[in-house]
Design a protein around this ligand. Structure first.
Ligand code: BTN
Length: 236
């Protein structure tokens, strides 16, 4: 991928700006908006994303492959986890698009689209940013510098763009079984008890299917395919 970086000091949200570029028709695949800080960072679903300096905050504009729609966010999570692993920390992925380290949240991903051919892939990764004041939030979060003390935001950005570019090059053509194996290798959820927000259903995660849906085995033996919503671990 030939990345074209636009560096911003302070912006509302890199995803909002990327969606604006897409709507206006000025966005090109490979455009990346990188912000030092955001004043209106957005998370999922409809939450805000604390975005002080020291975090990696970026949105990449990438081709959208409708036949792999369910894998878009998953592959982004994989790319982020792989980049972090290359820097020496054993990151894992949590469906649909969180990156965990030591069972705590290292990065969040917000994939959005306002066109049929391009997606805005937003990534917020805690590197050296201060811990949020909210004790509940800070208990669930982790920063890469907690595990790799010498790490810099620039290093994480370079590693992330390299792995994201590589993942996107093969996203449309890679056999699904290989994608599933990549997911399985870094999946933090498999075998764990969780609750699926969409149906308030409890069960045990059994990996993802060929569309990228999470497979959840409920207590009555039924197998459910989660395609929307979020999951929370109930065995923390
Ligand atoms: C989540 O809730 O886990 C997703 C968080 C995504 C945050 C990133 S930071 C860069 C980009 N711009 C935003 O406003 N959100 C995403």
């Amino acid at each position: 991928m030939n990345w074209r970086l636009t560096r911003l000091d302070t912006v509302g949200s890199t995803n909002d700006l990327a969606l604006e570029w897409i709507r206006e028709g000025t966005a090109r695949p490979g455009d990346v908006l990188v912000a030092r800080r955001q004043t209106a960072g957005r998370g999922r679903p409809g939450r805000s994303w604390h975005s002080p300096e020291g975090a990696l905050l970026l949105t990449a504009i990438l081709p959208f492959y409708p036949e792999r729609a369910g894998w878009t966010a998953l592959v982004t999570g994989l790319a982020a986890a792989e980049a972090v692993r290359g820097l020496g920390a054993p990151a894992e992925v949590k469906w649909p698009n969180d990156v965990l380290l030591s069972r705590r949240k290292l990065a969040g991903i917000l994939v959005e689209s306002s066109s049929l051919s391009l997606v805005a892939v937003g990534i917020g990764l805690n590197v050296l940013n201060p811990t949020p004041d909210d004790p509940e939030l800070s208990a669930r979060a982790i920063h890469l510098a907690d595990v790799v003390p010498t790490v810099t935001v620039a290093e994480v950005e370079a590693a992330l763009l390299a792995s994201l570019g590589a993942r996107w090059e093969t996203l449309a053509t890679e056999p699904i079984e290989r994608l599933r194996r990549s997911w399985d290798a870094l999946d933090a959820s498999r075998g764990r008890r969780l609750r699926w927000s969409h149906l308030q259903l409890d069960g045990v995660a059994e990996g993802v299917d060929e569309t990228g849906a999470l497979l959840i085995r409920s207590g009555d033996g039924g197998l459910h395919r989660a395609q929307v919503g979020e999951v929370t671990f109930v065995d923390l």
